[in-house]
Design a protein around this ligand. Structure first.
Ligand code: SF4
Length: 264
């Protein structure tokens, strides 16, 4: 079953892994954890172990059956690079992505160090976008690790943005998403923090996507910044027939050359 998504920057979700453990402040109100508990209570077999890390071989081939090109968020309910996910399974996930060039796969992790450690074993076809989440200056180290990963397209999800990021460098980064925390207990995000990042993206030619202001009711606060929506996406060499407003934007001049495709 899929899998359409209400997440503004993707079109579908694919969860060959479910469950996770918290690594930093950004995890405090983890949406995946809340959802896993709810789905377990509803009796869904895939979530019978709640938020414990589980791999699901039965859904591995799912994207191969979707003919229409989609932007697919990989593991919205987990973190593919969690230590409890066997390296052999991660390689299998990559094989599926390699065999589905019609899709764009958006892999997002708070554990880029494991992705970097496995980098040479993975085949980074251009349809795989690799991102990391950063919520505060303390975690800018994730960005430095992300730069070492061979993905053609590397992105940042600055959500939930909990502090300003005045020392953010976008060198080697091809897309930036910003969002405030939403739901019960949401921590506030200042407009000035968002504008600073937006302006840096404009200066550096990096596509900027403003996902939401967040708050207890994200519907009420919306996603307009300075009178407009910011729905930019990276320009890619993957098929661009996705629905929605895929706008091209200039790559940063400092972008590294296309990585060599490596054998899995
Ligand atoms: S890394 Fe992501 S999925 Fe895992 S606990 Fe943190 S927010 Fe949740």
């Amino acid at each position: 079953m899929t899998t359409g998504s209400r997440i503004e920057w993707t079109e579908a979700t694919w969860n060959p892994v479910t469950g996770c453990t918290k690594v930093s402040e950004g995890c405090r109100h983890c949406y995946a954890e809340r959802m896993s508990r709810r789905l377990k209570a509803m009796g869904l077999e895939k979530y019978r172990d709640g938020f414990s890390v589980r791999v699901h071989r039965s859904v591995l081939a799912q994207p191969l059956r979707w003919r229409k090109p989609r932007r697919i968020f990989v593991n919205s309910m987990s973190d593919l690079f969690h230590d409890a996910v066997p390296a052999s399974f991660i390689r299998d996930v990559f094989r599926v992505m390699n065999e589905a060039p019609q899709h764009t796969f958006q892999v997002l992790t708070k554990r880029p160090e494991r992705a970097a450690a496995l980098d040479a074993e993975l085949c980074w076809t251009p349809n795989i976008w690799m991102g990391t989440s950063i919520e505060s200056p303390r975690w800018l180290s994730r960005l430095r690790i992300l730069r070492r990963i061979s993905a053609d397209t590397r992105f940042l999800s600055l959500e939930p943005l909990l502090e300003p990021l005045p020392d953010l460098s976008l060198d080697g980064i091809h897309w930036v998403i910003v969002g405030g925390e939403s739901g019960p207990g949401a921590r506030p995000m200042e407009p000035g923090w968002v504008r600073e990042i937006r302006d840096q993206c404009l200066d550096d030619g990096v596509p900027f996507f403003f996902k939401q202001w967040g708050g207890v009711s994200k519907k009420r606060t919306g996603r307009v910044l300075d009178g407009r929506l910011w729905d930019e996406f990276p320009r890619t060499s993957a098929p661009e027939s996705h629905s929605g407003s895929q706008r091209s934007a200039l790559r940063p001049a400092s972008r590294s050359p296309r990585a060599e495709i490596q054998g899995a």
